[in-house]
Write a protein that binds this ligand. Structure first.
Ligand code: ZN
Length: 228
């Protein structure tokens, strides 16, 4: 389920005090192109949520949308939020971090805002929110002393305050000859479905950490330097 941000709502119909999205622009779950969807639903039936179908303007295939009423009890207002059913949709890292107790809610919030403003094609707001996320990241991981420093200085401090080698240390412990993990690799211990999945997950994480992430950051740096 992927939320459609207010910026992607092309038109709405007013039902009393409720503004209900009528036409939205979003990535089609079928053809993956940016399509426009006109929604058909009997909006008088909306209580907590209602399903609606919309036909993609590009591939003409139907997708399912869900309209929900969100109540803001502090402001005593109601608004309609709209989501598209997209089986392949994930919020990327957001899905992984939002329940993580070590990560501050401030960071989760600013990252979510960055995703939202980007989806609404607001480039300046995306830049502003990116800065907020970067600041939030280093602020959370650095010591108090570092907090008055510039963003660049704070990143420089980061490896002193965060043990970036700890995943590798953990692997070193994990692969000692006397561990169940090593015995599995040597087929001295049986490996079930769940454990086999964990092994592959471990490989993916490790390859990401050692190769994919460093290369990605370097490539992004080069692309930005080339452009400006
Ligand atoms: Zn489509």
């Amino acid at each position: 389920m992927r939320e459609i941000t207010p910026g992607s709502i092309v038109s709405s119909t007013q039902y009393g005090y409720l503004k209900v999205p009528k036409k939205v622009r979003t990535q089609c779950p079928g053809c993956r192109k940016q399509g426009e969807f006109s929604l058909k639903a009997n909006f008088y039936q909306i209580k907590t949520g209602v399903f609606s179908e919309g036909i993609c303007s590009v591939c003409k295939k139907p997708s399912t949308f869900i309209l929900m009423i969100k109540e803001d009890s502090s402001k005593q207002t109601k608004e309609v939020t709209i989501h598209v059913y997209d089986p392949t949709a994930t919020n990327g890292p957001l899905d992984k971090i939002q329940d993580n107790k070590r990560i501050s809610q401030d960071l989760v919030r600013s990252y979510r805002s960055a995703l939202n403003v980007n989806q609404s094609n607001d480039h300046s707001a995306t830049a502003v929110m990116t800065k907020r996320v970067l600041e939030s990241l280093v602020k959370n991981l650095n010591t108090d002393k570092a907090k008055s420093q510039t963003l660049s200085e704070q990143f420089e401090q980061l490896p002193k305050n965060v043990d970036l080698s700890s995943p590798i240390q953990t692997l070193s412990q994990l692969t000692r000859p006397d561990t169940p993990f090593f015995q599995m690799l040597e087929l001295e211990k049986e490996v079930d479905d769940k454990t086999a999945e964990l092994l592959i997950e471990l490989l993916e994480g490790l390859i990401d950490y050692l190769y994919v992430v460093p290369e990605k950051i370097e490539t992004i740096k080069q692309k930005i330097e080339k452009k400006y």
